[in-house]
Design a protein around this ligand. Structure first.
Ligand code: ADP
Length: 454
């Protein structure tokens, strides 16, 4: 029922009430002259019944005038008509209430669809948009999702349009899946599901569009990792095989050369197992299988141990290696073995990328503001160019020229970041300039409030 129909019903009811309220006194006014006229006619007094008859006629005319409702014929059943209309008005109010309830539920439906991460568009067989949720408006733009236009389906392309036609014409209402790209400023890979909602000429279909950029990026990173890992594994394996074959074939008669080949085999196999170990360690942390065994660690003592362990290598390279500063009370809850692995890795890098005769220092501070123990390893070595800094903690990244300076896996810093950040809720960073040395640092929270057990 439309608003106009409702208004008409209310007007009719008012007319009826007016008929009852005003028509009644006038009707009563007619009764007396009519009775006088009848009396005059019976008593054969023509003048008096003629006057009474005229008065009665006037009364009837006045009644008819006052009771002229627009939509209701006023007669003896006026009261019954009014009652019927009253009931109609009551029904209209009920319908209005029902309509409100339906509208409310529609709002809830819209809120639900707006909460979805996927774009949802309802389209008819003419590919016109009937409804688009918030994600659809964000993905395709407000202009594309205006109701009644075909812009949304056009933006999704011919494949999706054909899928909609197919779904609406197919018997049994099968859904379809389309992989395509949304072309705009940047091309966005999407997976589109077309699901029939109602069939027939006036049928419509739900088009669900899923932005798969993140999934594609993850796939790309996985393939990248496999390619880099295979490359890194193949290099030491090829060397191992070549030297082992020469020894096995008896091609090396010179004792000194044989010893040299054996040393290369040992070094390459050590590098290979280090590479595999790091890959496995990183994999365990990233998959959430690794767990840190927390205990109270005195970082000043731990750093001192690491410095002592690296002293012979430093001496061999004539590098001055020392503890520069160690604040008292540098205790934090951490996994001691993993922390030692981080410090040793930073120290061995500092020695690797510092020319002979350089200097490496270790500092342990307590940052009272951040409530963290901060360990820094400084060197006056090769430094790192600015462009390389953002990629330094990534997997298999090595600064170009450094490959010639020292052997490495390109996984050490990534493992350090995983240990510090994922397992200890800490932070790791670097400050460096090309040819001007580096400062690698990491901070471990003193209290392990959100102890990570990744
Ligand atoms: P690697 O086994 O190659 O040393 P890392 O992940 O430990 O792998 O380091 C990644 C790269 O970061 C190194 O190849 C090197 O180029 C650079 N790097 C790390 N530490 C230093 C440092 N102290 N000085 C200069 N460059 C460094």
């Amino acid at each position: 029922m439309t608003i106009q129909q409702t208004t008409e019903s209310i007007t009719a009811a008012r007319d009826a009430r007016r008929a009852i309220g005003l028509g009644f006194p006038w009707g009563a006014a007619c009764v007396v002259p009519v009775a006088a006229a009848i009396g005059g006619w019976i008593n054969e007094t023509p003048s008096s019944w003629l006057i009474a008859a005229a008065a009665a006629a006037a009364g009837v005319l006045m009644t008819a005038w006052w009771c002229r409702p627009a939509h209701v014929v006023v007669n003896a059943s006026t009261a019954a008509t009014a009652a019927t209309l009253q009931r109609r008005v009551h029904t209209d109010a009920h319908e209005a209430l029902l309509r409100n309830a339906i509208e409310l539920r529609a709002e809830e439906r819209t809120a639900l669809l707006d909460a979805l991460g996927d774009a949802v568009i309802l389209v008819n067989s003419h590919r016109e948009t009937l409804f688009a949720n918030r994600a659809a408006r964000a993905l395709l733009g407000d202009v594309c999702t205006i109701s009644g236009t075909c812009a949304a389906v056009d933006a999704l392309g011919g494949q999706v349009h054909r899928a909609i036609q197919g779904v609406l014409s197919a018997q049994g209402g099968e859904r379809r899946r389309v992989e395509c790209e949304l072309r705009g400023d940047e091309s966005i890979p999407v997976v589109v599901f077309v699901v029939p909602v109602s069939s027939g000429r006036d049928g419509c279909a739900a088009v669900i569009v899923r932005d798969v950029r993140t999934e594609r990026e993850a796939d790309r990173m996985k393939s990248d990792f496999v390619a880099k890992a295979s490359h890194e594994l193949r290099t030491p394996l090829s060397a191992l095989r070549a030297y082992a074959e020469m020894l096995a074939d008896g091609e090396v008669s010179d004792e000194v050369q044989r010893a040299e080949f054996a040393r290369i085999i040992l070094s390459e196999s050590t590098r290979l197992s280090e590479l595999v170990d790091r890959m496995l360690d990183i994999g365990r942390i990233e998959s959430g299988m690794a767990r840190a065994c927390h205990e109270s660690v005195d970082f000043a003592v731990l750093a001192g141990e690491c410095v002592n362990e690296q002293q012979s290598e430093a001496a061999r390279r004539r590098i001055t290696l020392r503890m520069a500063r160690a604040s008292s009370g540098s205790h934090a809850s951490a996994d001691r073995a993993l922390m030692k692995q981080v410090v040793l890795n930073l120290l061995s890098n500092a020695l690797k990328y510092t020319p002979d005769g350089g200097a490496v220092t270790v500092e342990v501070d307590v940052d009272n503001l951040a409530r963290a123990v901060v360990v820094s390893v400084r060197d006056n070595g090769l430094g790192i160019p600015k462009h390389a800094l953002p990629r330094l903690f990534g997997k298999f990244y090595r600064v170009e020229n450094h490959e010639r300076v020292a052997k490495g896996t390109g996984l050490g810093l990534n493992l350090c970041r995983n240990i510090v950040e994922a397992l200890h809720g800490g932070q790791i960073g670097v400050e460096s300039e090309a040819d001007n040395g580096s400062r690698f640092w990491f901070a471990i929270p003193i209290e392990q409030a959100g102890r990570k057990a990744a």
